[in-house]
Design a protein around this ligand. Sequence first.
Ligand SMILES: O=C(CO)[C@H](O)[C@H](O)COP(=O)(O)O
Length: 202
Amino acid sequence: MDVVKLDQALTLARQVADSVDILELGTPLIKSEGLRAITAIKAAHPDKLVFADLKTADAGELEAGLAFEAGADLVTVMGAADDDTVRGAVAAGRKYGKDVVADMITVVDDRVSRILEVSKFGVSFVEIHAGLDEQARPGYTIQALLDDGQKAGVPFSIAGGITVETIGSVRAAGARVAVAGGAIYNAKDPAAAAKALKSRAS
Ligand SMILES: O=C(CO)[C@H](O)[C@H](O)COP(=O)(O)O
């Protein structure tokens, strides 16, 4: 949910809840509304996993702990961050019995090597991710993300402009989670878009 207001996020979450397993709060939403957004989404959807896309770059244990205290079930730490930042987030995950995901956004050179390194630190999975700015460049395709997931051979999710046309290939590549943002929140009918994505992913 890359919206910036909590009321928009609550509306979107309600619209798509029947078709998603995880509700992910995008980084802009958390920056705009703060940790209270995590608490509010979890309170409204206690049956869903709530994923706080913190993209933590430093102070991993502190930031992950704040999000877990607020109600998050999963958080992201930057895969490109210092090793101890990733380890710190994982330590918080162990303390709270929750999951930490290493977001590989911005890691493009020798991405598979870094995926293998951070996987050893105890993250639950890695998110192989092309961000919104990378996706906007001409010629972008999701294929390089899928190829690296298959090469790495560790649990992974994919984020990078997944659509109803590409989500089948994400599943076929073995991804544990498909993260779909714009394909849902930019759709005229987010509920129908989420349902269509889910039907192609199952
Ligand atoms: O984390 C993000 C951007 O940094 C997005 O939430 C993620 O990429 C999913 O959105 P989309 O499907 O529009 O790419």
